[in-house]
Design a protein around this ligand. Structure first.
Ligand code: TYD
Length: 209
C-alpha cells in the first residue's frame, strides 16, 4: 500500500551513528523537497512508546516473546498514530530503527525465528514497509568503542549476540536490494552522510546533486 510521502528507515548495530544520520538526512530531504519532515525513532517515538521503551530497556528481564510483543506494540502505535498519518499528508518520515530491528535482534539474536518475528511486525504495522532502508554497517568492535554511558539491557547482551544481529541485517539487505542500501558506518559523519544522500536520492528518484 503506497502513500504520497517518503518513508526511510535507518538500521544497524548500536554505535553506528543512526541518530545523527537520521537527523542529517531529514534536514537535507526537507530542503531538497520542501516537504514536511518527521524524524522519529523506535522504540519510543510516541508518549506511549517512551513508556514501553523504558520498560523494555530498563525494566525487569523478560522472555523473548514478551520482548518481541513489546517492540511490536511500540511499533504498531508509532505507525498508527504518527508515521502513517504523516506519510498520508505527503511528509518525509525518517525513522531511527523500524521492523528490521526486531527481525535482527529478536530473531537473529535470540531464539525466535525470523519468519515469525517478521510476520508479527508486519501485522503490527499493517504491512507498511519503508521505501528505502539504510543499513549503517558497523563491526561490533567499532560499535563497542563508540558506546558511552550505562549500557541498556540489549547493549549488555554480549558480542556473540551483536555478531548475530549484524549477520542477520546483512542477510536481509542482500535478500532485498530493492529496499536496502548498505553503507559502511566507519567513516566521518559528513562522509557517511554523503553516501546516504546519494543512495536515498537515487532510490527515491530525486535529483540530489
Ligand atoms: P536505540 O534507541 O537505537 O538504542 P540507543 O539509542 O541506545 O543506541 O535502540 C534501543 C535498543 O533496542 C537497541 O539495543 C536495539 C533494540 N531494539 C530491538 O531489539 N528490537 C527492536 O525492534 C528495536 C526497534 C530496537
Amino acid at each position: 500500500m503506497s502513500t504520497p510521502g517518503y518513508f526511510v528507515s535507518f538500521e544497524g548495530g548500536d554505535g553506528g551513528g543512526k541518530t545523527t544520520q537520521a537527523r542529517l538526512l531529514g534536514d537535507w530531504l526537507g530542503e531538497l523537497t520542501g516537504r514536511e519532515v518527521v524524524v522519529t525513532r523506535e522504540p519510543g517515538g510516541t508518549a506511549l512508546g517512551a513508556e514501553l521503551r523504558q520498560a523494555i530497556l530498563h525494566g525487569q528481564d523478560m522472555d523473548p516473546r514478551t520482548e518481541a510483543l513489546l517492540y511490536a506494540a511500540d511499533r504498531a502505535h508509532h505507525v498508527a498514530s504518527l508515521v502513517r498519518p504523516a506519510l498520508e499528508r505527503g511528509a518525509v518520515v525518517v525513522t531511527d530503527r523500524y521492523l528490521d530491528s526486531s527481525v535482527a535482534y529478536q530473531a537473529g539474536g535470540r531464539e525466535l525465528s525470523e519468519e515469525e518475528v517478521e510476520r508479527l511486525s508486519l501485522w503490527a504495522v499493517q504491512d507498511l514497509l519503508p521505501d528505502v532502508t539504510i543499513l549503517l554497517d558497523v563491526d561490533p568492535a567499532t560499535s563497542a568503542a563508540r558506546m558511552t554511558g550505562d549500557p541498556d539491557r540489549l547493549e549488555r547482551a554480549g558480542d556473540a549476540f551483536h555478531r548475530r544481529t549484524r549477520e542477520a541485517y546483512l542477510r536481509r539487505a542482500a535478500a532485498d536490494p530493492g529496499r536496502w542500501v548498505v553503507v559502511d558506518a566507519a567513516g566521518a559523519v559528513e562522509e557517511v552522510h554523503a553516501k546516504v544522500r546519494a543512495a536515498v536520492a537515487a532510490r527515491l528518484g530525486l535529483d540530489g546533486r
